[in-house]
Design a protein around this ligand. Structure first.
Ligand code: C2E
Ligand code: MG
Ligand code: MG
Length: 612
């Protein structure tokens, strides 16, 4: 019976060693040395060794051998399966080999001549070691001199010892996996170049350090032009191979410089020069970089691809040092470079950043403006030339900005378009206008209708006519009270959807006006077949009246056309008495312009209307 005390003592000593603070962090060889020595000392075993099985399972190599008597370590001995098949078979059975008499034990007897006798070994005790669930090696205890009967406490101890080494193996595997993972995180698997995160960390770190006043730092961002088309035209494989070829060329060109090169995005390469003597060096590098694109690049599959780079450059120290993320500055410069012409180089300027920031804040404010009812409708009168009485209104959107005052539509409609707000804005304005004309009617005004500008987004929304019908019902209005203005350009596209939409609206009894008439290219024959009730002559023709012969001629033709088609006509942008007189004489029915009245809030209009 093994002594329980012995068992506990042995296990405790092993635990103290292998779970001790910092043990797992030692290099593998130190861990193995400590373990083998502790084992030899605890059990009084003459020789304790750790062996590693080769990948092909055909040999074991001694990682460390500790000899108690001399207190020395050895390593490197090799044993081949071919020479010791019985031992290897026993080892493969994954069990402890407790050969009290190693010379007679069939599992170890084949060691007698070459190993046991020369080393004076009488007994052996081997336990299997694992890694990632597979046999990885053995821990081997050898007793020199008299044979030794290993008791159960000792067997249990050696099994635990082998487990501790297995744990070390698991830990090391985990570390290797982690390192590989970290490598993959840090380096681009396609080109082998550093990836964005690492690159960015490095340049942020460098930027915090002191810089000699006569030195400079430069960040360059190279964007491959038209990479999407290269992908489409040549396929992903060629495009990937092109990126690899480019990475090698960039490495070659930047090699003489003290710099870091990275692939910071799909078609983006970063070059960080943390310590440049002067900007001439930068010019030199730029020239060398240009040579990369002088000739088509040959990819692995022998395709020749012509490429060009646009480049954004940030030179440090800049006005923005410390304030703005350096990559962001380089991206802004690159965007500028791309927007001008491809193959261009642009140097970052803080002014661009400020413009972008104000654009961004305008975008955010505009989204909130719709929720906060900061968008308001102003109304511009449309008058009859016969009696100069207001017969209708055009509703025009304005942004009543809390700090910037009244902003005209030209300054925010493009942003609203970009943000996809045009439908919301459009239905908001339809309701405002419907509410406005309803109030005027309720006050007994003779102003009959209000016209509302309709965006392409609204026109392409199949719900538009239903929405208009709902609004008419909500405000209890007749369809004649509402007119929709559609720019000529939209009509000239002749889309089936637009035609269907216009037909549905006209069926509702809604009147349709073509805005900015004369600027688009609508065919007259098409116009004849459209349910259009009004043309609005664009201001650009009215401007030249009555002096420009061309404008007079065009205006006369449009007036003639409207009469011929029996549709109404409004001249927009009438600013002077002469223009007004000319149009009246020319029999233009309706006019709209600053000469008569500017767009105004409903409250002002109510006052004017009541006075007249
Ligand atoms: P538009 O529909 O052609 O509107 C006429 C524009 O000419 C208005 O500019 C009006 O203020 C201006 N105008 C009128 N008479 C004169 C004049 O005698 N002299 C000068 N210099 N200008 C005159 P506004 O309000 O700045 O609107 C510009 C454009 O914005 C509009 O042109 C229209 O295309 C668009 N817009 C305005 N409100 C809305 C809306 O609610 N929805 C949509 N989708 N577009 C709108
Ligand atoms: Mg209009
Ligand atoms: Mg117009």
């Amino acid at each position: 019976m093994p002594s329980i005390d012995k068992l506990v003592r042995l296990h405790k000593s092993l635990m103290t060693l292998s779970r001790g603070a910092g043990f797992i962090e030692y290099p593998r060889i130190s861990k193995l040395k400590r373990i083998t020595r502790a084992c030899a000392e605890q059990l009084g075993a003459s020789r304790v060794s750790v062996w590693k099985l080769s990948e092909d399972n055909q040999e074991i190599v001694c990682e460390v051998l500790y000899i108690l008597e001399t207190d020395h370590y050895f390593k490197g001995a090799e044993l081949k399966r071919a020479d010791f098949p019985e031992y290897f078979n026993a080892m493969s059975e994954d069990r402890i080999i407790n050969a009290d008499n190693a010379i007679t034990d069939p599992r170890t007897s084949e060691f007698t001549e070459p190993y046991l006798i020369p080393n004076g070994i009488a007994s052996m005790l081997d336990a299997p070691i694992y890694a990632a669930g597979k046999l990885h090696g053995v821990v081997c205890l050898e007793q020199v001199g008299d044979a030794r009967v290993w008791d159960l406490a000792e067997l249990s101890y050696v099994a635990s010892l082998a487990d501790s080494i297995s744990m070390i193996n698991e830990h090391e595997n985990w570390l290797t996996d982690r390192e590989q993972l970290e490598f993959l995180e840090q380096y681009d698997s396609l080109t082998g170049l550093e990836r964005r995160n690492n690159f960015q960390k490095r340049l942020e770190f460098d930027l915090q350090g002191e810089l000699d006043p006569d030195r400079t730092r430069v960040l360059m961002l190279l964007g491959l032009d038209f990479f999407a088309s290269i992908n489409d035209n040549h396929g992903n494989k060629t495009a990937d191979s092109l990126l690899i070829a480019l990475a090698r060329l960039l490495e070659f060109v930047t090699q003489p410089y003290h710099c870091r090169l990275a692939r910071v995005g799909g078609d983006l390469f970063g070059i960080w020069l943390p310590d440049l003597k002067n900007t001439e060096q930068l010019d030199l590098l730029n020239n060398k970089l240009k040579t990369i694109t002088d000739n088509p690049i040959k990819t692995e599959d022998d395709t020749l691809v012509s490429v060009s780079f646009s480049t954004g450059v940030v030179i440090y120290p800049t006005e923005s040092s410390g304030q703005v993320n350096p990559m962001r500055c380089a991206e802004i410069a690159l965007q500028r470079a791309k927007s001008e012409s491809r193959g261009n180089v642009q140097y970052f300027s803080l002014e661009w950043l400020e413009q972008l920031q104000s654009k961004r804040s305008l975008e955010n404010e505009l989204i909130a403006a719709l929720d906060n009812s900061e968008l308001v409708a102003h109304y511009q009168p449309i008058l009859s030339t016969k009696n100069e009485k207001i017969i209708g209104l055009e509703a025009l959107v304005r942004w009543q900005h809390p700090t910037r005052g009244l902003i005209p539509p030209g300054q925010f409609l493009p942003t609203a378009k970009k943000l996809g707000l045009m439908e919301r804005l459009g239905s908001y304005m339809l309701k405002q206008a419907a509410g406005g004309i309803k109030r005027l009617h309720d006050k007994g005004s003779s102003i009959a209708w209000v016209s509302v500008n309709i965006s392409s987004e609204q026109l392409y929304n199949s719900q538009l006519s239903q929405q208009i019908e709902d609004i008419l019902n909500e405000f209890d209005l007749l369809p004649e009270a509402l007119e929709l203005e559609i720019v000529e350009e939209l009509i000239s596209q002749d889309s089936a959807l637009v035609r269907a939409q216009l037909a549905a609206l006209s069926e509702l009894g809604i009147r349709l006006a073509i805005d900015d008439f004369g600027t688009g290219y609508s065919s007259l024959s098409r116009l004849k077949h459209m349910p259009v009730t009004k043309l609005k002559v664009d201001k650009s023709f009215v401007d030249g009246l009555p002096h420009s012969e061309d404008d007079c001629c065009i205006t006369q033709s449009i007036i003639g056309l409207a009469k011929g088609l029996e549709i109404e006509l409004v001249a927009e942008g009438v600013e002077t008495k002469l223009q007004a007189e000319y149009l009246t004489k020319a029999n233009c029915e309706f006019v709209q312009g600053f000469y008569y009245a500017k767009p105004m809030p409903l409250s002002d209009l109510l006052m004017i209307d009541q006075k007249s």
